[in-house]
Each structure stands twice: as C-alpha cells, then as structure tokens.
Design a protein. Sequence first.
Length: 333
Amino acid sequence: MILVTGGAGYIGSFAVLKLSMQNEKIVIFDNLSTGHIETINTLKKINPDICFVQGDLNNISDIENIFKKYEISEVIHFAGLSIVEESIKNPSKYYKNNVAGTVNLLNAMVKYNVLKIVFSSTASVYGEPEYTPIDENHPKKPVNPYGKTKLIIENIMDDYDKAYNLKSIRLRYFNVIGADNLSRIGEWHDTETHLIPNIIKSAYIKTSPFKIFGDDYATPDGTCIRDYINVCDLADAHYLAIKYLRKENKTDVFNLGTGTGTSVKEIFNLTRGVLGKDIPFEIAPKRKGDPAILCASSKKAQEILGWKINHSIKESIKTAYLWEDKLQKLKTI
Ligand code: UFG
C-alpha cells in the first residue's frame, strides 16, 4: 500500500487518482490545513478502496499510527506549504511544517522499515538561474525560505540514504497547471497566488482586474517566462517514479517541466482566447523574488523514467477554466 501525504491537496490528489487507476492501494494522510475534505470525498467516490486518515506530520503518534495500522510499502510525500511570499514573511511556519514534519515522517519510515519515498520538490531549489534550460546539475541556491526547506529536505534524504538505506526520488516541479478533464478535482487554494487561476478568477470578478506583476523584465515582451506543466502529466511522473524505485531501489532526482517557456502576457492572451471573454487587467509592481525566466530541462525524466508530456497549455487552461467554473457555482449555492 502506498502512503500519500498531502493527498487532499492539488498535486497530491492527482497522484492519488493516477495511482488508483493503476490499481495501487492507497492511504492518504492529510491535516486538511490547505487540502479539502471534498477532494477526499470525490476521490473515495471514484474509488471507495482509498483510505483517508486525518493527521499531522508534526504529531509523531499520528504518523506512527499509520505505519502500525497499514502495511505501507512506499511513501509519496506531498504534504507541505508552498507559498513563496508567505515563507518569506513567516519562515518559522515553513521550517516547522516542511522540514520538521518531514523529519518526523522519515524517522517513522526508518522505524517501520519503509525505505522508499517519492518527494515533492521544486524548481525553487535552484534560485536565480545561471543558465537555461535548467538541468538537475544546475547550482542550487534557493532565494526564499520555501525553496530552502525543500533543499534541506533533499539533503536530509541523502544522509538517510547513507545511514539507513532510505531511497528517495525527488521530483522538482516547475509551474503546475490544469485540472481533471471531468472537473472532478483541480486547483483549490483558499489564498490563490498562481497565475492561471488568478487570470480566470478575474473573468468572474470584474471589479478585481488581473495583475501582471512587472512588464519590464529582460524578456521579449517584458513579462516573466515560466515552464508550465500539466498536473495529469505530473501525476504520471509520480507513478513512473514509484515503479523506478521498486525496480532500481536507487536515490535520484528529476526535473519536471516541458522545456518550453511561456510569458505571463502569452498565458494571459491564451486564457482570454480559451474563455472567449475580455478579462480586465493592469500592470502591477514586480513581485519580490520572481526570476525573469525559469525553464526546465526534463530530458533526464524522459530518458530514465520514460516520462512523456501529453497535454498542451491550452488544454490545461481549458480544464482549469471548467474547474474554476465549478468552484464559482459552488460559491453561489
Ligand atoms: N503572476 C502574475 N500575476 C498573478 C500571479 C502570477 O503576473 O496574479 C506571474 C508571476 O509574477 C510569475 C508567473 O506569473 O512571473 C508565475 O507565477 P505563479 O505564482 O503562478 O508561479 P511561480 O513561478 O511564482 O511559482 C510556482 C509555485 C512555486 C514553485 C515555483 C517553481 O508557486 O511553489 O512555481 O518554479 F516553487
């Protein structure tokens, strides 16, 4: 059985869906601080065999009870906080939740002899790019506490590998977008900071124009360039990573992106086209700590894991829109 921490969250829920489609047995562990019980209910409706335990990684008995109760073979670890700005304002919360929580999880894994983990890492571990596209050997100099917590965890995992033989696959995500094509699950943050959901929300709330954070970056149209990867494609990579761990029993790291950069203005125009609506927008000051360009080389994941990208940005925007439409309708009920 696979233990999925953070399975009620955005990316975690897509991994659960993918794994359950592959007949994997799953237990989700989530404290529901940012994830939603409705997401769990939806997943359980799709597959009633999915188990859910509400608990917190900062509570050691919560974690140990999972390992006592279920026969866990591997862990996929999504649980954690991921808002860059919040991590700058409140680093203590990030070190406690992301670092201390993960150490508790790893210690329980060692104690109960579960020695395989797939970990949700991030492009933020690289910091300001020194070259592009960024491969896995790019220097790692995170510029915010969020990225630092993820790099610290990766380093801890190296030590746990050497000392306890705990094998980890770290997946460094670039910008994750899109929703389920049946609108069953999608991106659902109570405080939304991400680009595409924010553009779509501005189409609903006309009084709150979409803000482009800076238009004088050193890029062709002056707005930031990112590498946008579909959440279902990302979920596929987690399944491949589990298969790789089972077969090779090796620690490794993979970037997950498309290799193609798209600017904020380009995304805005694509979204406007998909929605077929005019969306109010304004140019706002740059956001702190936003690098001009972030683009991944995912050659390694493609070659070693056999990972493939199956969804275009346009498809991701379309599913994100249908999902947001569902959320907006729920609000009015
Ligand atoms: N942006 C806007 N307006 C918005 C929201 C975003 O102009 O309302 C811009 C940002 O300035 C940035 C781009 O859109 O240039 C993408 O911003 P997101 O907030 O969607 O994503 P980030 O690139 O900041 O960060 C995301 C995740 C992080 C992760 C990082 C890795 O949120 O957790 O990708 O690249 F670490």
